[in-house]
Design a protein around this ligand. Structure first.
Ligand code: GLU
Length: 295
């Protein structure tokens, strides 16, 4: 059975881009006679707010979406992330890192030509703490994936993409991720897991068969597939959709309150008006968002 999900972070109002993701995932599940699930990605408790979570439920209800309750919330799932980290520790593919941002900047200050400095997880970590063992982990350390060790266990990754821009079968040599992504963070300071770890564990526990989300996360997908392989979890289908942009071609951001769903609601638009604006029909099978007119 097809199971899709929408996984917003409650750190601001949902905007048109979120509406597009959620409606598309909902329609995909509905068309396949499957299920649509919601997940609240509040792993970063320093940024998550209860009022944004309430607004997510309100906005999605207004859009006509329904989902099974109780809703999965990442802040309730720290044990699940801890046991995934234990599993990775047994494989010998993670290590504690005590580098501060300034240390990383300093170590990376002599860039080599042709070697990327930034990957899907931000600045590529120079590997300073890679020799450290998990039993040395301190409370202020972050936990990183040792990409070189991971590549020995899972040399090749593959996944299937159904989105418009990257449609098809993707096969990636994990060794390439050593340069393009580096030793990504799996547990941040003061958090049970990083985005990459929690999304993989949660998609598996919610038995998601198709991950529908914005194209900006396509480059993170090989990292997720790698973690699935290391943890022995299934890889879902992926569908990365076009990003919704304003007339000037700029991506909509959360702080762009003018495009907040709540604003359209308050302006008297109906959910069908919003679907029409996004190029989605009532039984949407279109993946062609329009440019949103200014103002
Ligand atoms: N929580 C992420 C966001 O709000 C989405 C993650 C995902 O769909 O994988 O951007």
């Amino acid at each position: 059975m097809n199971r899709t999900r929408f996984a917003p972070s409650p750190t601001g109002p949902l905007h048109l881009g979120h509406a597009y993701s959620a409606l598309l995932a909902f329609d995909q599940a509905r068309q396949a006679g499957g299920a649509f699930l919601l997940r609240i990605e509040d792993i970063d408790q320093s940024r998550a707010r209860g009022e944004w979570e309430d607004l997510i439920y309100e906005d999605l209800h207004w859009l006509g979406l329904r989902w099974p309750v109780p809703v999965m919330r990442q802040s309730d799932r720290l044990d699940a992330y801890a046991s995934a980290l234990d599993h990775l520790s047994e494989l010998g593919v993670i290590y504690p890192c005590r580098c501060k941002r300034a240390d990383i900047e300093a170590a990376a200050s002599a860039p080599q030509e042709g070697v990327p400095q930034f990957g899907p997880d931000g600045r590529i970590y120079p590997g300073t703490c890679r020799h450290r063992a998990m039993h040395e982990a301190g409370p202020d350390d972050v936990i990183r994936l040792n990409m070189y060790e991971a590549a020995k266990i899972v040399p090749v990754l593959s996944f299937f993409e159904t989105g418009p821009r990257h449609q098809g079968h993707h096969q990636i040599t994990t060794q390439d991720l050593c340069q393009s992504a580096g030793d990504i963070i799996l547990r941040r300071r003061g958090m049970g897991g990083s985005y990459h770890l929690s999304v993989v564990v949660d998609d598996s526990d919610q038995v998601i068969t198709q991950v529908t989300r914005g194209e900006d996360l396509f480059s993170a997908t090989p990292l997720h597939v790698l973690l699935q392989n290391l943890l022995g979890l299934p890889t879902p289908l992926y569908h990365h959709h076009h990003l919704i942009r304003d007339e000037s071609g700029k991506r909509l951001a959360k702080r762009d309150d003018a495009r907040a769903i709540r604003q359209y609601r308050d302006d008297g638009m109906t959910p069908d008006d919003l679907r029409a604006l996004l190029g989605l029909t009532i039984t949407a099978d279109l993946d062609r968002p329009r440019v949103i007119p200014q103002g």
